[in-house]
Design a protein around this ligand. Sequence first.
Ligand SMILES: C[S@@+](CC[C@H](N)C(=O)[O-])C[C@H]1O[C@@H](n2cnc3c(N)ncnc32)[C@H](O)[C@@H]1O
Length: 238
Amino acid sequence: MKVTPYQDERSKKEQVAGMFDNIAPRYDFLNRFLSAGIDQGWRKKTVKAVQAHGGENLLDVATGTGDLAIALAKSGFQVTGLDLSHGMLEVGREKVKSKNLEDKVKMVQGDSENLPFESDHFDLMTAAFGVRNFENLEKGLSEMHRTLKPNGMMAILEFSQPEAFPFKQVYNFYFKNILPTLGKALSKDPKAYGYLHDSVQAFPYGDEFKDVLEKIGFKEVKTKPLTMGIASLYTGIK
Ligand SMILES: C[S@@+](CC[C@H](N)C(=O)[O-])C[C@H]1O[C@@H](n2cnc3c(N)ncnc32)[C@H](O)[C@@H]1O
């Protein structure tokens, strides 16, 4: 069954864009607050992974308010950030401007499942907490693969599921009960954090997601669980 934010008749893509437009003004605050800042450490690890591979011209898909794009630009990359949500991009553009990074980060509205770029174009490709929201996961990943240059690296940061006892049980209680209640009160979108929980539960992680990436054509796929497996960093080469 497809997990969507609002369970109405609109496509998942329309619902996801609408949800992120709704929560955009509070997205950064909620991320920092609800993850106790851990999310920024995960983004730093993603930057390090692509830095180790090398390259210059990078596409950050589902860039949102641009936290990863900005961290990448500060590390010297020339970044294009693409996102469906106008609201998220507006917040991102303001941040890029206030950090004087306009010559390093270009933000464009677009759909990861139909990327407006030619094939074999980018040296590197990243996505943080984005691919889980795609309407058609394999289509989105195939587009990322298509627009990446041969031997280029993609790095995907996404939520996964902790497995170790008792961390798993404690975390699941927080994630299922406390987080949606806090998110509902703070984000002004009653559905957004319930969707976060449900979409993570339904999303492949670990070896299952590695298999998907290999099926798309990525080679040398590696998985690195972060913070007891709350998130994972997947890398692969075209
Ligand atoms: C959880 S946010 C992550 C934003 C950012 N990467 C970060 O790490 O904070 C997910 C983003 O994915 C975007 N998104 C979802 N589906 C998309 C698609 N098909 N094409 C482009 N962006 C998409 C949403 O609009 C949203 O901004």
